[in-house]
Write a protein of this length. Structure first.
Length: 118
């Protein structure tokens, strides 16, 4: 199994920004589309964004389109999620994983908490 390590969460006011990072092993990062997921209070884990392993094609959940941007640094095996214009409903634990989850032994890490509140 391969652990994914998320970081960058925190408390931010509505309208603010945060950038999340996810470090992965090369075997996971280089061979799979990578994605961000989130689980809010009382909700199931849901897809947020993905980026393909080759090129820079991305896709987003409708709820975050135009506000969030996924990117990656191939040299660092790291995926990022830039989150702008944050809303209280974005409050959740954010996780990264392959798309679909679990490919090449990737398993869920502890995630990083994002809280949007005034």
């Amino acid at each position: 199994q391969v652990q994914l390590v998320e970081s960058g969460g925190g408390l931010v006011q509505p309208g603010g920004s945060l950038r999340l990072s996810c470090a992965a092993s090369g075997s996971v990062f280089n061979n799979n589309a990578m994605g961000w997921y989130r689980q809010g209070p009382g909700n199931q884990r849901a897809f947020v964004a993905l980026i393909l392993s080759r090129g820079s094609t991305t896709n987003y959940a409708d709820s975050v389109k135009g506000r969030f941007t996924i990117s990656k640094d191939n040299a660092k095996n790291t995926v990022y999620l830039q989150m702008n214009s944050l809303k209280p409903e974005d409050t959740a634990v954010y996780y990264c994983n392959t798309v679909p989850p679990g490919r090449n032994g990737a398993y869920w890490g502890q995630g990083t908490q994002v809280t949007v509140s005034s």
